[in-house]
Design a binder for this molecule. Structure first.
Ligand SMILES: NC(=O)c1ccc[n+]([C@@H]2O[C@H](COP(=O)([O-])OP(=O)(O)OC[C@H]3O[C@@H](n4cnc5c(N)ncnc54)[C@H](OP(=O)(O)O)[C@@H]3O)[C@@H](O)[C@H]2O)c1
Length: 146
């Protein structure tokens, strides 16, 4: 695998996956890891990791900003070039907030649905052309909550 894109890369499982991938034998570490997060300027740990690992490229992406997806994909394409993209990990997400029906708010439900469901599907869709350039196996990983 030469290239991968992961969302929600600044903390939690996303950041942990990048660190775990970097700890693999060299031949298994992608040459390009596009690490997307919504506030790169505040992603201090990810920035520090990228400073030590030139294969990490940080891009800004707010999952709710669906209109930005095509421009974001262009940025990814400019990084991976003709090699294309081999792996997309849709990791960014909002954990369960809804434990009691009395606390449920419609705007929070809609936000969660957008970030956890609409975003990953649309991001996968706009990135499909990048996979057609890739000779590697094409894999999409979506990390969902129950
Ligand atoms: N941890 C678990 O036990 C577990 C279990 C099942 C599923 N999952 C799923 O696995 C994924 C990662 O979980 P986690 O435990 O690592 O969660 P986390 O620590 O809360 O991290 C969530 C990540 O998603 C990003 N994110 C949230 N809302 C976003 C938005 N609107 N736009 C862009 N990025 C956004 C966060 O960025 P900010 O730092 O900017 O907020 C952060 O990088 C999530 O999809 C979660 O639902 C986790």
């Amino acid at each position: 695998m030469k290239s991968m894109l992961i969302t929600g890369a600044n903390r939690g499982l996303g950041f942990g996956m990048i660190k775990a991938i970097l700890n693999q034998p060299k031949e298994n570490v992608p040459q390009i890891i596009v690490a997307a997060c919504r506030k790169p300027d505040e992603a201090n740990e990810l920035q520090a990791l990228a400073a030590e690992n030139s294969n990490i490229r940080i891009l800004q992406l707010e999952s709710k900003d669906l209109d930005r997806y095509p421009a974001f994909t262009k940025e990814v394409a400019d990084i991976v070039k003709d090699g294309g993209l081999d792996l997309l990990i849709n990791n960014a997400g909002i954990g369960s907030r809804f434990h009691r029906i009395g606390m449920v708010k419609s705007d929070e439900l809609i936000e969660t649905f957008t970030v956890n469901t609409v975003g990953p599907i649309m991001l996968t869709k706009v990135n499909l052309p990048l996979f057609s350039f890739s000779k590697e196996k094409k894999i999409f990983e979506n990390i969902f909550s129950k």
